[in-house]
Design a protein around this ligand. Structure first.
Ligand SMILES: [Zn+2]
Length: 104
């Protein structure tokens, strides 16, 4: 595990919406190290949250979320991530259906 991944790793971090463990993080730009106040998009459900001082996730306050979504770049990234996650889940559902059909 490289230094940035080790710094970002936290086995106790869970998504506040879906409850899945989000123990690692990947940045969309060159800066891959997490800081308190950074925004998180859950790769499992697309929930937007914020890292607290312990780099655990906390809900965005309404004005924080409004500020994030008012930024055209941030809004575009969040919307694209959510579309990707939705498509991924559709493919996962198709794969599961195919497995059920072909294994019976
Ligand atoms: Zn989630």
């Amino acid at each position: 595990m490289d230094k940035a991944r080790a710094q970002n790793y936290n086995p106790n971090r869970v998504c506040l919406k879906c409850g899945k463990r989000v123990d690692e993080a990947t940045a969309l730009d060159d800066e891959a190290v997490l800081y308190a106040g950074d925004v998180s998009i859950c790769i499992y459900c697309g929930d937007v949250a914020m890292y607290d001082d312990d780099l655990l996730l906390r809900p965005c306050l309404p004005d924080e979320l409004a500020g994030i979504m008012a930024d055209p770049h941030a809004r575009r990234v969040i919307e694209e991530a959510r579309r990707f996650i939705e498509e991924y889940h559709k493919m996962d559902a198709v794969t599961e259906l195919w497995r059920k059909i072909t294994c019976n």
